[in-house]
Design a protein around this ligand. Structure first.
Ligand code: ADP
Ligand code: MG
Ligand code: ZN
Length: 616
């Protein structure tokens, strides 16, 4: 993609601005000179009318020229005079005649050209110039970098079209790691390759997919890779481009964009940073505050509903703030597919470093694995930056290849800034998170009624979680037994239990676990009739649960207190069970935590292998 430096753009735009103002000022000066010739003829003596009369009486005048508003006269010494004000002196002609000077009257007769120039062209010239310059600037802006392309397509939407061929196209191979994201985008590629195949069978593709993840994780890159893989045109526009123009422009840009895309199908429309137009509509905008943005969003929704998905237009969008999006955007038939693009784990980081390392000359002693280990929590963009920074450092040091110390130095430079701004974990924190997650996983695995562990990761998530343990039920469970629920609660407490066991203190990392365990325990008591004390008595009424309503206790205050006590008892018992399980299996806890600490992400299979391994 041709990306130009926005500063340079602005500078380029400012230049004609200065020129046109220069011209305007010049014209003003000329105009002045024209209307007040005295500026040009500075040797003229200005005198008052009285002096003129006096000189006339003293016979010192040679030539007098009467004009509309001035009298010019020349005396016997050939000096030129001028008087400005003429009183209504009707006797002047008589006097001049009597004095015997040669005199004449000049009416400032304007030629037609002069008339047009002074009355019509000159006053409006600055305006005309300004208008021309402005309109040129606007068209330039609208054509964007796409230049010719945009012009060919009407140049209104500002959507640049990148016609992709094998030479310039980005492919999935240009995106390192992100296997899960690539996997879910592959279907879209298939569809774009051959929309007919899907149409014939009656399958409807999702109209849109939303790439969600922290900045710099490769969302834009992935979207372009989809276009490259499918070999279809790629329309890309940033959400902010819709709103920076005049009122009403955003909506018409959207309309235009979709019209173009319809003509070019199969193709991809990519809306980057969709949160700028897709924010929740009612979120406290002042009176008429964000009308323009709302109009644009409404138009986008209308267009997405309106077009025929079988034609092969796929809309991709990216955001790093999915929680701010208007729910309407996420409804079925719109961006109903979510593709998480998370920060890379150790293997992912190494792959990204290697990919970008190919573009620079490397010393044979470079070890990207070491660099990847030093950079937990770094994004793809930061890693790409590290490689580049290392290359710059090598040049600074007068080397012709990048060495390991260069990489080391680059890590320090790039991450020093990043460490402050986002949650890159310290070694100690990473260690705690590893134990916490393995605590969950171990407790789950050591019980008989828990779903198998699918994946454990300590790479921070978009959701803000520092790590998580994924369990996948084998098959659908419509009914959960009391034992299964109890095991679930134990699993929720496993993270905290591991922290207690290993570090002897606790952290804030368990807040979500606590919430979930409490909810479950409460539901067991009040809704599922799973406590001896209350038997099968409904203690809770659910108000319109389908409308997202709340549930409330339908019992006396004393019962409510008893329910609370029961909930505490339930959770406490499971917490104790989890703690006991972990301390019995302390060696496995240590072993797996260490393994996870190093890898950052491990599969359920790896987990089970270590667990089942006989201790030496
Ligand atoms: P996002 O859109 O998620 O903010 P970008 O797609 O703009 O991130 O990524 C910025 C740059 O970082 C890319 O151009 C690329 O050089 C690098 N990058 C990010 N993720 C990856 C990745 N998974 N593989 C290779 N390069 C990556
Ligand atoms: Mg981006
Ligand atoms: Zn937890």
């Amino acid at each position: 993609m041709q990306q130009s430096d926005p500063n340079q753009d602005r500078r380029r735009q400012r230049r004609p601005f200065l020129v046109s103002y220069g011209i305007v000022i010049l014209i003003m000066l000329l105009l002045n000179a024209f209307l007040f010739p005295s500026i040009l003829k500075s040797q003229i003596h200005e005198v008052d009318y009285g002096t003129f009369l006096k000189m006339l009486e003293e016979n010192r005048l040679k030539i007098v020229q009467l004009e509309d508003e001035q009298i010019y006269f020349i005396d016997n010494e050939d000096d030129v005079y001028q008087t400005n004000v003429i009183p209504q002196d009707y006797a002047i002609v008589e006097r001049l005649d009597k004095a015997g000077v040669s005199f004449g009257r000049v009416y400032r007769q304007q030629g037609i050209l002069e008339y047009l120039l002074t009355n019509w062209i000159l006053p409006f010239l600055p305006l005309i110039l300004l208008a021309t310059w402005f309109s040129r600037r606007v068209t330039k802006q609208m054509m964007g970098e796409g230049g010719m392309n945009a012009m060919m397509f009407g140049g209104k939407s500002g959507a640049k079209e990148y016609v992709v061929d094998d030479k310039t196209g980005i492919h999935f191979s240009d995106v390192a790691g992100q296997e899960e994201a690539k996997e879910s985008l592959k279907e879209i590629v298939e569809f774009l390759h051959d929309p007919k195949k899907y149409e014939e069978i009656g399958a409807k593709m999702p109209k849109g997919a939303l790439l969600v993840g922290p900045p710099g994780t490769g969302k834009t890159l992935l979207a372009r890779a989809v276009a490259g893989e499918a070999e279809v045109p790629f329309f890309s526009i940033a959400g902010s481009e819709f709103v920076e123009m005049f009122v009403g422009m955003g909506a018409s840009k959207v309309r235009d964009l979709f019209k173009q895309a319809g003509e070019k199908a199969p193709c991809i429309v990519f809306i980057d940073e969709i949160d700028t137009i897709g924010k929740k509509r009612d979120s406290g905008s002042g009176i008429g505050g964000n009308d323009e943005r709302e109009q644009t969003l409404n138009q986008l929704l209308t267009e997405m509903d309106g077009f025929d998905a079988t034609k092969g237009v796929v809309i991709l969008a990216a955001t790093n703030r999915p929680e701010t999006l208007d729910p309407a955007l996420l409804r079925p038939g719109r961006f109903d597919r979510r593709v998480p693009v998370e920060l890379p784990d150790l293997a992912g980081r190494e792959a990204i470093l290697k990919l970008h390392g190919r573009k620079v000359k490397l010393d044979s002693g470079c070890d990207f694995n070491v660099v990847a280990r030093m950079t937990p929590g770094a994004s793809g963009a930061e890693l790409a930056n590290i490689v580049n920074e290392a290359a710059l450092g090598a040049v600074r040091h007068g080397r012709s290849v990048v060495t390991q110390p260069d990489l080391q130095e680059a890590v320090d430079t790039i991450l020093a800034g990043a460490q402050k701004k986002n949650a890159i974990l310290s070694e100690k924190e990473k260690c705690i998170v590893a134990y916490h997650e393995v605590g969950h996983a171990l407790v789950a695995a050591l019980q008989h009624h828990s779903a198998p562990v699918q994946k454990i990761t300590i790479v921070p998530r978009t959701s803000g979680a520092l790590g998580f343990t994924m369990q996948v039920e084998d098959g659908d469970h419509a009914l959960l037994s009391k034992e299964e629920l109890l095991d679930k609660i134990a699993t929720f407490t496993g993270g905290r239990a591991a922290e207690e066991l290993v570090f002897g203190s606790v952290t804030t990392g368990a807040s979500n676990d606590i919430e979930q365990a409490t909810k479950l325990a409460r539901a067991m008591v009040t809704r599922y009739g799973m406590s001896e004390d209350f038997d099968m008595v409904a203690l809770e009424t659910v108000n319109g649960a389908y409308l997202g309503g709340d549930s409330s206790l339908a019992c006396s205050e004393t019962t409510a207190a008893a329910v609370d006590a029961k909930v505490v008892e339930l959770v406490k018992a499971q917490h104790a069970k989890a703690y006991a399980l972990l301390s019995e299996n302390r060696r496995k806890l240590d072993e797996i935590s260490k393994y996870l600490y190093e890898r950052e992400t491990i599969t359920g299979q790896e987990f089970m292998e270590i667990l089942d391994r006989k201790d030496a």
